[in-house]
Design a protein around this ligand. Structure first.
Ligand SMILES: [Cu+2]
Length: 341
């Protein structure tokens, strides 16, 4: 049985590089910005280092199997050995060295990723990172540009060569923002804020998604990132400011009803931050559900239809609910660090 399998498994083994060559490079190893390239460098360094260890182990194993195999002139060899200080020291120190060699670049990279990528030119050093709030709602993404006073659903534009400071939070379930071409994921959580720096250095369209399972519509919670030349980015911002409809609180609250965004993408003038910053108030979504008359149902229920109230049926929307978030910014950052990191 084994003898028959041998040539087959050998063939499979030899075919492995051919099969792998058929796949295209995964996005994670094809970085389009400084954050992603630091991370892919670290992954490649670790893989090469660990493969080297595997190679050394296999060579030693082969040597020892051959050298100490049972044979006639080994008759008097006695393998019994007790307490060798030298050997104990060697096999304690080698793993320590391996762990240190892996840990140093890893820790260094992790710390450097907590700050905006280093600017490459003096001109770039003048600019602050572009602040974008990324709010996860089951099952869509809302991107808020507080400076530009615009908001988008399920897509965003960013300028190249400029760090983007994502302020992550969630209106409901814990989610994770992941744009593989630009860098690794970080978690979005209701009632708190996490910061993720990313940067694109190449014009292009990149895929983004939620990387933390959140149920039914999870797989549809995706978005596109359009990385533009600075001028094109500014043009897009202007276009949105000139032509997008004003965001109303009723419309925003409707976004909070769980579901896949049927229209695909959208853009608005004004941002939801005028009513709510979900990193400061985790209850807002439940309050909005109450206002609209939405009741969560079992995902397996046969009839999931809901009759939501119209805007003119809800007195709450006839009043001004604007709050000022600006002077509380310091508090929220302290909270994020104390409470979570
Ligand atoms: Cu948390």
């Amino acid at each position: 049985m084994l003898k028959k399998l041998k040539p087959l498994s050998l063939l499979l083994f030899l075919a492995l590089p051919l099969m792998l060559a058929g796949c295209s490079t995964p996005e994670v190893l094809d970085p389009k910005g400084p954050v992603a390239s630091q991370q892919s460098d670290l992954i490649i360094l670790s893989i090469i280092f660990m493969l080297t260890i595997v190679a050394v182990v296999f060579v030693l194993l082969t040597i020892i199997l051959v050298k100490y195999r049972e044979r006639k002139d080994h008759d008097k060899y006695s393998p019994e050995l007790h307490g060798s200080m030298l050997l104990e020291t060697i096999w304690t120190i080698i793993p320590i060295i391996i762990v240190v060699i892996l840990a140093v670049p890893t820790v260094r990279t992790i710390y450097s990723l907590e700050e905006a990528p280093q600017p490459k030119t003096a001109e770039a050093a003048q600019e602050d990172p572009l602040v974008v709030h990324a709010t996860s709602i089951n099952w869509k993404w809302v991107f808020t540009y507080p400076e530009e006073d615009i908001e988008t659903v399920n897509y965003l534009h960013i300028p190249i060569h400029r760090p983007v400071e994502f302020k992550l939070t969630s209106a409901d379930s814990m989610a994770a923002l992941w744009i593989p071409s630009l860098g690794g994921q970080k978690y979005n959580m209701a009632g708190m804020q996490t910061t993720l720096y990313l940067q694109a250095d190449h014009v292009g369209t990149y895929d983004g998604r939620n990387a933390n399972f959140t149920g039914e519509g999870f797989n549809e919670q995706r978005f596109k990132v359009y990385a533009d030349e600075e001028a094109d980015y500014q043009q897009w911002v202007e276009d949105v400011q000139n032509s997008a409809p004003e965001l109303t609180q009723y419309e925003y609250d409707n976004l909070l009803i769980p579901g896949v965004y049927e229209d695909g993408t959208a853009e608005f003038n004004g941002t939801h931050l005028q009513w709510i910053d979900h990193s400061k108030n985790a209850d807002y979504t439940l309050e909005a559900w109450d206002r609209l008359g939405y009741e969560p149902k079992n995902p397996h229920a046969k009839d999931k239809s809901q009759n939501l109230l119209r805007e003119d049926e809800i007195p709450y929307y006839q009043q001004d609910n604007t709050v000022d978030n600006s002077d509380e910014d310091m508090d929220s950052e302290e909270h994020a660090h104390a409470g979570h990191e």
